[in-house]
Design a protein around this ligand. Sequence first.
Ligand code: GLN
Length: 311
Amino acid sequence: MAENISRYDLERLVEDKRWLAQQGELASYIPELKRADPLRLGVSITTLDGKTLSVGHCQDAFSLQSISKVLSLIMALMDNGFDNVFSKVGMEPSGEPFNSISKLETMENHIPLNPMINSGAIAVSALIKGDSVAHRFERVLNFIQKIADDSTITLNEKVYFSEKATGDRNRSLAYFMKSTGVIETDVDEALDLYFRLCSINVTCCHLSRIGAFLANKGVIPGQRQPLVSEDIIRVANTIMFTAGMYNESGESAIRTGIPAKSGVSGGILAVAPGRMGIGIIGPAINKKGNSIAGLSLLSAISKSYDLHLLT
Ligand code: GLN
């Protein structure tokens, strides 16, 4: 491994943080997510030579949820370019919960504040190119499979149906954006793609590989040619840094010092540029929708391996 990380030290960090899960709760508004074991905690680290170390409950599969927002942003930027994407979504941290609706009405042109909150991600999913929802989904799924080096990554159908059955808040965000012209394509298709992308099943190991790709300027570790331009990766990492943990992004930036993106299933994708990618699962989340033990573990890992970007 390119970095000096011992399994023993990482196991100790995980064991130190596991109890914190008792202070969080499983996301319940998507019923299928209630089936997870809240006390599980696992982490994988992939260094830029492509080697991965995994400890704790790292074999468990979980749905990407909001972590998919990073990948759809990258895809939309590749499909449309920077100016077109950022005419439909902003770049500012929101300071609001991830499913907030209030700012949409007051923002200039009613564009969502950033691509890491639900409204922004739905607007971004409307920009992904393809002949049908199935084709668009397949493009993003193939992209994820390639980066994570696993062609078996697939949709969790139970989560997908659960998302759809309870997705009225997201529908209201999408229909509002349709009414204001932020979404110009078929609104139901944009929503369907968003629900599907949130429902892709991954493991910590997949997340850490995706993180290593983001840490390696868009080059999959072990390969030579970039899959995505350095400029797009810089945008994705910066938006993760300022907005990836919703209204806890400022605190996360202070405590961990690296770009990170969470999802309500308790996953965290983190990127230490030039160093490593980190994938964490800890299904018990706090009120802001972030894994409670996972975020604390990430901050401990950052301290142990001196990852903070601003020190
Ligand atoms: N699928 C979830 C939703 O739309 C994603 C939210 C999240 O992970 N924060 O509400």
